[in-house]
Design a binder for this molecule. Sequence first.
Ligand code: NAG
Ligand code: NAG
Ligand code: NAG
Length: 819
Amino acid sequence: MEEQSIHLFFFITLIILLPSGCTALDTISANQEIKDGNTLVSKGEMFELGFFSPGKSKNRYLGIWYKKISYGTVVWVANRDTPITDTSGMLKLSRQGNLEILSGGNPMVWASNSTVSGGSNNPVVVQLLNSGNLVVLNKNKMIWQSFDYPGDTFLPGMKFGKDLVTGLQRSMTSWKSPDDPSVGVYSNILDTNGYPQSLGRMGQVLKGRFGPWNGLGFSGFPIEKENQIYATEFVINEKEIYHKYELKSSVVQRVVLTWDGKTLILQWIERTQDWIVYANAAVDTCDRFSLCGPYGICSINKHPPCTCMQGFEPSNPEEWEASDWASGCIRKKPLDCRNTNGDGFWKLAGVKVPDTRRSWYNVSMTLRECEMACKKNCSCTCYTSLDIRNGGSGCLLWLDELLDTREYDVNQDIFIRMAASELEGVLDSESGFNKKKRILIAVLLTSSAVPLLFAVAYACRKIKKRPNMKRQGKWYAHDEKNTSLQMAHLDDLEFFSLNDVARATGNFSDFNKIGEGGFGPVYKGVWEDGREIAVKRLSETSQQGLDEFQNEVICIAKLQHRNLVKLLGYCIHQNELILIYEYMSNKSLDWFLFDETRSLTLNWAQRFNIIHGIARGILYLHQDSRLQIIHRDLKAGNILLDGDMNPKISDFGLARTFVGHDTTIKTKKVVGTYGYISPEYAIHGRFSIKSDVFSFGVMVLEIISGNKTREFCHGDHNDNLLGHAWRLYKEGRSIELMSGSLQASCVIAEVLRSIHVALLCVQHHAEDRPTMFSAVLMLVSERALPEPKQPAFFNEERCHKPESLPSVNECTITLLYAR
Ligand SMILES: *[C@@H]1O[C@H](CO)[C@@H](O)[C@H](O)[C@H]1NC(C)=O
Ligand SMILES: *[C@@H]1O[C@H](CO)[C@@H](O)[C@H](O)[C@H]1NC(C)=O
Ligand SMILES: *[C@@H]1O[C@H](CO)[C@@H](O)[C@H](O)[C@H]1NC(C)=O
């Protein structure tokens, strides 16, 4: 019965969508036409072509959009600058092979200008391919294709770059607004001056560089270079220069330049019927073109971010001090090019190479030849390898001042020309080590002297001293350098007065206290307009609390995701430090999951939704921006639930940022919660995104079983929850792990899949665990999963009965770890 009604539903929908007498064609021939209301559908039904009106607009445009998935998401528009104002539009193919859009008032709205060479005897057709490409064919020979004229979307199979024979430049241009597909202000272009590089522009202004191709990828684009999802290609020869990517699996991705200037790689997630951001180009301060001026280096880990290259000093020290770095740096000692041994080169390791518009290259030269070539030419300022694969090959040299260099986690070194005398000075002071190594040695020396007290400070938590609180809207810290960091983040937030907050919380009354967060009590509050808030107040006692408070601000102020709890504002008044969040009416996941009665109200669909939400929240933290974040204290207690039971990750007091691909960080201070901590972190103090993956796996098993990992106890063996899940899995009885209360609501395939993914996440070795990205994909796809290996910590020495366990055990612990 139910199935029948579904069929009926689809039948009715189709009748409404497709006007009568129209069946889905993918091809029309000469002198045939497509009227407004009719469409072409590609063979695999992936794409559809027809007339549409974007957003709130009433104008009609001919475009191509997704059909099978994400119905109506437009990927290409023909007449983007010449809209039709009524429904009289039609697409027609002329006998000569010209694709024309006509409308009542305006006989030729748009034309492809394609023609068949050598007369029109051979029949022409226009066909919409399943790749999203609209092609005009003449006896199977392509005479025109929409892929040559991209708009704001770059699809797999498209070329991005320049045809050197015809001069055709294939670039991306943004829409004006979501309602207007005409050419907007933003564009991405493969610039072929000097060594080709991909540039992002706003009008004529250069906004950022995704960097030139280095053999593996664009050196400034944060994507996994080797991956299972797509293959990239960069071709450079006398005829053409282009970049292209092809999907390797059934994953659906597109690159889009949004109307407000963001370049995003989006990926379709079938289960949630939504696009997620797979990668986001140009997201941090150092992505702003030439922020640090000529010969400056931008580094996102430093405050301020700009420094001069070795042998250079600020050209205008006053401006530089005032954080205006645009005029950059100048040489301390002039070059002496005419003297054969007058100049040498200084190596700068791990960089996104400088702007290449004034550069010269040769693909077959070696690095040694490159050095000679640079030395011989007095305008040469720097050289490097063109292709960093296999130890490096090719030669790239710069003939102008070096602009837009940034420290970056790639295996690319550049060699900067400087006076030999300057170079001696540098070598003496560095004694052969680069700066990083020196710092590392300093750290090692210090830490072996005071092993228990020294904790390495990373970008995310730097302030060591208690700040002197806020004066007239500014937060002063003893540690001057970090002040700007603090304030920069607070600037994004709304400021509330202590009076307002006190009124909202009934003067912080115990009655309104709803919990104890990482660094102090949490209160429920209500603004005068009725909006509910949660108020976290830093207890005045501890340094740790202060650190975590600051950490929370830094990590979460700029993050926005529906699966992260939202920070609404802050209040600083004399000794009070207060953060204000959106209020979560269903408290936290542990409050539901581990309570006998409340857990009954949590059915499978809700739990599965929670698993997904958490996964997407973590994925966002790990890879959305280049300032990626490791949470370090993921547990059911830190997952809050809103009124619709949507999960939101909270408590960033222990989180750390990391940069690029260097994702393993070592610490002497192990913080986290027993039962959720991965072995490499607990034992060796090494944490990475894979430690969060481990905690995620533990949570999934808890969500499915309804048992706390640490309190789990089985009559027959000493295995904990992970061990028990593993044992059942090996015996093919995984389904027995599921809480009995889910019997009525569960979808067995989903439960089994979730358990399987969880077991992959809690494997002993970090490198065996999937990334969060793979975990999300595994949860939604139907493909076979790899076999998990034995989990970590599957056995407890003593098996506790829940009632015998002291209740303080759920607290976040801090372990100082000495080696
Ligand atoms: C076709 O040619 C006309 C006239 O030269 C021009 O205005 C129009 O932009 C061309 N169409 C395309 C798609 O390039
Ligand atoms: C590139 O370098 C190779 C080897 O030095 C040389 O034979 C070749 O002519 C150079 N090509 C160009 C275009 O300069
Ligand atoms: C340096 O090399 C570039 C590129 O080959 C060339 O255009 C320029 O004339 C050379 N300059 C000198 C002084 O040799």
